[in-house]
Design a protein around this ligand. Sequence first.
Ligand code: SAH
Length: 204
Amino acid sequence: MKKRELEIILESLRGFESPKIKLEQYVTPPSLAAFIIVNARLNDDLNTVFDLGCGTGILAIAASLLGAYSVGFDVDPEALKIARKNAAEMNADADFVCTDVKDVKIKKRGTVIMNPPFGIQRRHADRPFLQKAFEISNVIYTIHSAGSSKFVEKMAEECGFRVTHIWKFSIPLRKTYSFHEKAFKYIPVEVFRIEKYESCNAGR
Ligand code: SAH
């Protein structure tokens, strides 16, 4: 499946019914989701995929449509209800679990693909997501606000991982508070591919 075809399919998925500001809920734009998943497939990273803070499931479902088995985790049962419906409609091989990210448990490491809260409401709200990702994966694709690279690289290094790619995008974010300005503003984001390096598997 080509990126454009995947993007068109993802456009038909349902999003959040009433997004919760505190949880920084917003759907990854389909074009960005398709970009990430197509690249993950090119790198042969789509086996078992864990989507931390999966929301309505776009990343988990996209990964499944390109051949992965995915498990999405989110603390919000209402979002997961929509994610399950989306997955069923797409015949996607995906399961969804309601839990706080810090309590996620898995049997065997896989690939984490996630769009965690950026920390706009709470600084470094993305930290527990990265921490968990380092615990359960060999490879990570993760979206952060622009300017996060020092923070992400430092955490990666401390956990025996290294950043292999950084892609820069601008994505439309719906304004939550202001009804007087434009409904959307574009914010710059960075997508990271991070991998565990073999030498670290030894003495750890
Ligand atoms: N990954 C989805 C949603 C991104 S929004 C997408 O790409 O479209 C961030 C998601 O993180 C929300 O669904 C929110 O409910 C979830 N979230 C926020 N804090 C969380 C926590 N502590 N544990 C688990 N999920 C959390």
